[in-house]
Design a protein around this ligand. Structure first.
Ligand code: CA
Length: 428
């Protein structure tokens, strides 16, 4: 599939990807687009002109809206039909409807540099899992007991908690340093102030498409049909607030101040070629057998390279590129998105279009592949030296964090782009 638009074949945004996002131009109203290379194709225009109306077969318009929720709710047959139609419209050999109409191209194709990106969905609920074995082991070793780092439930179920949807923000939004209760010493009472241990969490998130009725459950082997697509997630965390508050009900204010996501939602279909088996969840492999409702047929893991880079204020002024502090991969997740969704709904909890679920921090097996500063600096005992000579244990005001992701195999590259955000000082 060769696109008729000019694009770098290594861009990761060719016709095998076609991620969806919500964009606006010059302060105009946000609408749904699809990214091809450094172009954005305005789907609201193609829909209004009838060029893609056939994709959904007589349905109400869904792309002239400020979120993807309506399209997400149409389900996998509609997503698949549109994807096929877009590949046809955008390829050099396919339908001439867009390729041979300069008028339509002028109306529907915008340069990426001219658009502002918005949150791709109205996130009704945000759930955060804890599905990387290395991360759970590292945190358990640091905060509890190195000999029993994984709690007894961890290998039996995808541990998670309900996060805060209102503070899910799109890439590029500043993050204000949170304030809260801190307890720097075991022997003294808590104090109030700005977090001193502000951290990142490298995660992969997915959006629920069509959901389930209250009381029903989504079976694990049907779950892929309920997953619309994926984004990168930086789940900012205040470790000092978290450590004091988390017992016994889990994360609260140490997490709920901000969760950043990348603006382009990579469709589930674009990632199918990058499926890999994942660690066997069987006694033969040294792991406990899992219950039937979590048993997933076929490969359940994703081979997706992930990277975290940090740029200090000094580096920015000097024009130094962000410094890569971690390289990880989504294959280090023990529990898959399908298992997370099946577990989430097994009690009859209803998932809805636009719900966001994140994987939990993705840490690889080596020290340079950990997905948080907590682990990378081992609680601040091994500071990172930045290119401008500064040391980092946790984030300083002015630091900009950039996470990126790309799946590649042979000639095929599927990019996620970036999720980035800059830390601003606590407000008075
Ligand atoms: Ca998290």
């Amino acid at each position: 599939m060769t696109p008729f638009l000019d694009l770098d074949p290594d861009s990761g945004f060719g016709l095998h990807n076609l991620p969806y996002g919500v964009f606006s131009v010059d302060g105009g109203s946000p609408r749904v687009g699809v990214r091809v290379g450094d172009h954005v194709v305005d789907l609201s225009v193609l829909e209004a002109e009838g060029v893609i109306a056939a994709a959904g077969g007589g349905r109400a318009p869904v792309f002239g809206q400020s979120s993807l929720n309506a399209f997400m709710g149409l389900g996998p047959d509609a997503w698949s039909a549109l994807r096929t139609r877009l590949q046809d419209l955008l390829s050099a050999e396919g339908s001439p409807a867009l390729r041979e109409s300069g008028t339509l191209q002028d109306k529907a194709i915008v340069a990426l540099e001219d658009v502002a990106m918005h949150l791709p969905a109205e996130v009704g609920d945000y759930t955060d899992f804890y599905s990387s074995r290395q991360h759970a082991t590292n945190v358990g070793a640091m905060f509890r007991d190195p000999d029993n780092a994984l709690l007894p439930n961890w290998l039996h179920l995808p541990v998670g908690y309900h996060g805060r949807a209102s503070s899910v923000i799109v890439s590029g939004t500043d993050v204000v340093r949170p304030k809260g209760q801190l307890k720097p010493s075991d022997d003294t009472p808590p104090v109030f102030g700005p977090s001193r241990l502000l951290d990142i969490e490298l995660e992969l998130g997915f959006f629920v498409g069509a959901g389930n009725e209250l009381g029903d459950s989504i079976p694990v082997n049907d779950a892929a049909r309920h997953i619309f697509g994926f984004v990168l997630v930086n789940d900012w965390s205040a470790r000092d607030i978290q450590k004091w508050e988390y017992v016994p009900l889990g994360p609260f204010l140490g997490k709920s101040f901000a969760t950043s996501i990348s603006p382009w939602v990579v469709p589930m279909a674009a990632l199918e070629p990058f499926r890999i088996p994942g660690e066997p969840q069987t006694p033969e492999a040294g792991n406990p057998a899992i219950l039937g409702y979590l048993k997933q047929d076929g490969p359940r893991s994703l081979d997706l390279d992930l990277e975290v880079a940090i740029e200090t204020e000094g580096m920015r002024e000097a024009g130094t590129e962000p410094h890569v502090v971690s390289r990880s991969n989504a294959k280090y997740l023990y529990w898959s998105p399908e298992q997370q969704l099946a577990h989430h709904t097994v009690n009859g909890c209803n998932a809805r279009p636009g719900d966001l679920m994140a994987s939990g921090t993705i840490s690889g097996e080596t020290e340079d592949s950990y997905g948080s500063l907590l682990e990378l600096t081992w609680r601040g005992t091994k500071p990172i030296t930045m290119p401008d000579g500064q040391e980092r244990k946790f984030l300083a005001d002015g630091d900009r964090v950039v996470m990126s992701g790309v799946a590649s195999s042979g000639d095929r590259r599927v990019g996620f782009g970036e999720v980035e955000g800059t830390v601003r000082p606590a407000r008075g």
